[in-house]
Every structure is written in structure tokens, then in C-alpha cells.
Design a protein around this ligand. Sequence first.
Ligand code: ZN
Length: 255
Amino acid sequence: MPAETRLFLCRSDNYGVLLHDQESGATAAIDAPEAAPIEAALKATGWKLTDILVTHHHADHTDGITALKGKYKCRVVAPAAEAATIPAVDETVREGDQVKVGKLSTNVIETPGHTLGHIAYWFHADKLAFVGDTLFSIGCGRVIEGTPEQMWRSLVKLRDLPDDTEFYCGHEYTAANIKFARTIEPNNKALAAREAQAKQQIAKHEPTIPVTIGEEKKANPFLRADVPDVAAGIGMAGRPASDFFAEIRARKNKF
Ligand SMILES: [Zn+2]
């Protein structure tokens, strides 16, 4: 049976998401930005929380863990490299580890850059990826703890997932990301199409995610640092992709 998901906003612009295995009844929250909206989503669906899969240690991804663990006795899975700074961890995971949510199976992908221990969860059979604050729709996370080179390599790992993989990210930043992306690739047709689509979604108060990796890599400049025309567009033809990535990430920080 296919996995079910439920997406909802938490805090100001964080996304909460539940993943449900119909067969076993298991339900995972991907990160726990805030307990109340996660509990409201559980109530609305009738699902029972069995697991929390944490992508990284930032408070806006972990603040809800303690309350949810206390109430539901769920298992907390977290990146090994950040377990010391995440509350109530039961199980630590690294690159290549497999985690089960009921009958659903996920592979752990280490994606350092935003934080050094950041991980993504890839549910191969369900064509879903939960990428936290590494990849955003038409953007990427700030490089807070790692280097731009590291972040670029992490983004390439996510870009290499099958094109039909739908990814869920940690924040709703799409509109601002598109505005910036247009300054890098003003003539990108896929980006223009995404802008039109996102405007409609936002006008209807709908989320702009999930998006497939295949669509994303046509429009997100942070996944296109090694496309020669894109680098040439800002006068960086022939430079290493990680240099181009570092340059546009720095521009975005000031945008
Ligand atoms: Zn973060």
C-alpha cells in the first residue's frame, strides 16, 4: 500500500509533515518544529505517532520532540553526529543506514552544509525524500556550519535521486526563492513556469511543495551550478561549480 503524507505549517514558515504506513498503522513526523500543529494533524487524520525522524539539530526542527515523546512514547531517530544536541534520541543513524517506519523503509543520506550532521531521509519505494533545510523549492539552506563546497556536494546527492522522487523541505520559502532565482537565470522557462504555478498556489493558500527532483533541477539555480550556460550568465564561465554555488549562495544571503 502506498505511503500517505500530511503536510501543514508550523511556527511562522516551517513545514511539519506526517508520513503514514497504512498497512501497519505506523506514523512518523519528519522533524518536530512545534508539538501543537503536529498533534492537530494527528487528531485530524486519526493516526498515532510512532516515530520522529530528525534531520538536524536546529530548534525550529526539534522544539516539539520532548512534548511529543512524553505523550506518544514514540521512537526518536536522529543523525549520529548531532545526537548530543537533540533531545530524547533513541536511535542514531548515518549515511546508508536503513530505518523502518512500519513497513516503509528509508535510506539515510548525509547532507552536511547547513549543519555538519544534517541528514535526509529517502523512501526509495515510495518515491519520497525529506530533505530538511538542505534543499528548498528553488533554493537551498544557508551554509551555517559547513563549507559551500560541502553543501554543493550534498545538493548533488539529492539531485541524483530519481527524477520522480517528490521532496519535502523544512520551510515555505518558495516565493522569495523564485525572486532571487530570476536574477540568476532570467530566461529559464522552467523557472518562469514555476513562478506562475507558485503564484496560483500561494493565492489559494496551498503549499508549494512537494516538487519532484526532475522538475526542481530544471529550475533551481542552486542545483544548476555545473550547467555551463548558468555560470556564464553571471560571468563565471569555466569556474568550478562549487565556486559558482558559493557566489550565488553569498548573493542570496544579501538579497
Ligand atoms: Zn535549520
